[in-house]
Design a binder for this molecule. Structure first.
Ligand code: BTN
Length: 244
């Protein structure tokens, strides 16, 4: 495993994007930072993490024939990889919250940011960024529903070992993509999906609150929700969130 350890960097995702081609990084190169000065989350958010306490890292994965239309399977593979490691080692009920947040009970313990470089209809280089809250115990009051593995287990966790377990798990789940076993990935993902088939409150992009239940994930990775009138609607990430 090739791990590049940095003390401080703007963002490990940006670091790989800027250096992978120039420095000919091999597939599964891992970049780990003790501190990110501009850690990035989904939808342009900031990823905050207390220096030295957590895992903030990115992995470069190179693909040869991975179609853009199949890209959500990578999200599935990576979120399953993180979830399975946590499930084996910690006592909580872990879920994947669509598209790829990892929850411990109801609180977010890890976030994933995937950035792809595309040539034609294919994904070539994928940068998988993972922020996993490990030993941080205090979080800013503005961030709700967040936790860490130490908060769950009350013990200090060996970050290096956990990193190796997660990277190995990602290698294992990415093999499903190499073998084109997409349906197996989807089945495992749906089995761990937060609020799957359970009525829940959602907020759409017009701030309208409505009740519905998740009934599927489309091939494009959209959330398919059955509304109270039994009609279904598909939503992109920018278009919907859970109401609480
Ligand atoms: C999210 O839940 O919004 C995704 C968070 C992803 C954070 C990680 S930390 C390592 C990598 N570098 C970044 O700038 N972001 C990702």
């Amino acid at each position: 495993m090739n791990i590049i350890k940095l003390n401080a960097i703007d963002s490990t995702n940006s670091y790989i994007k800027e250096n992978a081609v120039k420095n000919n990084f091999e597939s599964f190169t891992v970049v780990l930072a003790e501190k990110q000065t501009s850690g990035r989350g989904q939808l342009g958010t900031v990823w905050e993490s207390e220096q030295g306490k957590n895992l903030t890292f990115s992995i470069l994965i190179k693909f040869l024939d991975f179609k853009i239309t199949q890209q959500f399977y990578l999200s599935m593979a990576v979120s399953l990889a993180v979830l399975v490691v946590l499930k084996k080692q910690f006592e909580a009920t872990f879920y994947i919250k669509w598209p790829n947040d990892i929850l411990a009970d109801k609180d977010k313990v890890a976030g994933i940011l995937i950035e792809n470089s595309i040539v034609g209809n294919f994904i070539k280089n994928s940068v998988i960024g993972i922020g996993l809250n490990v030993n941080q115990t205090n979080f800013s009051k503005e961030i709700e529903h967040v936790t860490s593995l130490k908060n769950i287990s009350s013990v200090e966790i060996d970050k290096e070992k956990l990193l190796i377990d997660v990277v190995n798990s990602i290698e294992y789940f990415v093999e499903f993509i190499y073998r084109k076993e997409f349906l197996k990935l989807k089945e495992m993902y749906m089995n761990t999906l937060y609020k799957y088939k359970i009525p829940a409150m959602f907020v759409d992009k017009n701030n309208t609150v409505f009740m519905g239940k998740i009934v599927n994930i489309s091939v494009e990775g959209q959330l398919v929700i059955e509304l109270e009138n039994e009609k279904t609607r598909k939503f992109n990430l920018k278009e919907i969130k859970f109401a609480s």
